[in-house]
Design a protein around this ligand. Sequence first.
Ligand SMILES: [Zn+2]
Length: 435
Amino acid sequence: MSTVQHTAPRLPGLGDWTDAAGLRRVQEDRLPGALAQATRSRFHHDRIASAGPVRTVGDLGRLPVMDKADLRANYPFGLLAVDRTDVATYHESSGTSGDPTSSYFTDADWYDVVDRFARNAIDLGPGDTLLVRTPYALLTTGHQAHLAGRHRGATVVPADNRSTVVTHARVVRLLRDLDVTVAWCLPTEAFLWAAAAQAAGLRPSVDFPRLRGLVVAGEPLSPSRQARISEIWGGIPVLQDYGSTETGSLAGECGAGRLHLWADRFIPEVLDPVTGHSATSGSGELVITTLYRQAMPLVRYNLRDHVRIDGDGCPCGLPLPTVEVLGRHEASCTVGGRRITQRQLEELVFGLPGVLFWRARAGSRLEVQIELAGADPSSTLEALIASRTGVTAEVEVVPPGTIVPAEVLTRLPEFTKPRTLFGAGDDWDRAVSYW
Ligand SMILES: [Zn+2]
C-alpha cells in the first residue's frame, strides 16, 4: 500500500526566506517530519529512538553520524523508509572495493532532486538544448540533468557516457548540428570535445556560437582548469555542480562563482573528524541530514568530503551558505617525502597557455608530461613545481596525440546488434556478442 504522495511536493523556494534566521526556520519546521520519516527504515529506527528527543537543529548532534560504509552494510534496502511499491528508481555506485552502494528515490524525491539541480545559475529554459553527457547507467547524474532539463522545458539530448555509440566525434557533431546551448559533463570531457572539434577542422571558440555554457561535476576542478575550459570554448561560463549519486545535487554555482548549498532541502554540518564536534560553518567533513527524502532518508550522513562552509553571504544575494570543496576523491602521491595533490599540480599546469592534456607519476622525482605543439615551457614549470610544492619534477613536452591518441578523438560510433546468421566472409565469432 502506498505511503507517500506521488504529486509534486510542497518544497521551499528561494524566495521563501531572506536571511540565515529565515533559513533556520525552514529547517526547524521540517526536521521533526524528516526524522519521523527516517524512523520508518530498519537502519534508522533504533539509532534515532536511542538518541533521546531531537526536536531542533541544535539537538542533531545527539544522533550518530553515518557514512557510506553504513550504506554498503545495509545493501540493498536497509534504509528503505517507504513501501517498495513507492520506489520510483533504484541506483548504485561502487567504490574501488566494488561493493555496491544503493540509493533509491520516490517520485516526490525526484521533484526535490531535479528542482535543486535546476537552481544552478545556468538557468535552463525552453530555449535551451541540453546535452547530457554524464552516465545514465545505474548512477543518478545523467537522470538528474535529463529530468531537470525536461522540468525547465529544454530539449534534452541524452548522449550518455562510457558508451560505444556516442563517441567524442559524435558529440562534436551533436553540439554543432543541434545548436546545443548547454552541456552537462565531466570537466575532462570539455577538453576532449575541444580536441575532437579541432581534429574535425573546427574551432571550439568560434564554430559553436549557440553553446552558452557548461555545467560540470564529478572531478576536482582547480580555478585555472575551469578558466582554461571557458577560454577554449570562447569565454562561456563553466559552472560547477557538487553532489553524489546517493544525494543528487548538494550545491550549485551562482553567478558570483561560489557554490551554494541547498540548505533548505537538507541540513549541512561541518564535522571535526578528530573531536566529533560539529558546527554550521567552518572547515571539516560535510555531514548532511535530508529534510525531504522519502525513500532513503539520510540522517547525519558524512560524505567524507573536506569542505569549508561560509554563512556570511555572497555578492549574488542568494541567502544560502556557500561551500568550498577542499578535498574529494583526490589523487595524491608522495615524491621525495613530500605529498603533492592533483589539484596543486593542475593549478600550475593550467597556468601555462595552450595546455589541455597532461599526466604525472611519482618516482624518485615527479615525471610530468604535457601535450603541446611548438612552445617548451618545461623549465618554467619545473621551477614553479619546486617553488610551490617543494617537489623535484622533470617536465617533458610531448607532441599532441601522445597522451590522448588521435583515434580517441576521431573514432566513429559502433552500431552492432545481436546476430546469428552470417555471410560466407563474415566473422561469425561475433555471433550474439553485440557489445
Ligand atoms: Zn552566490
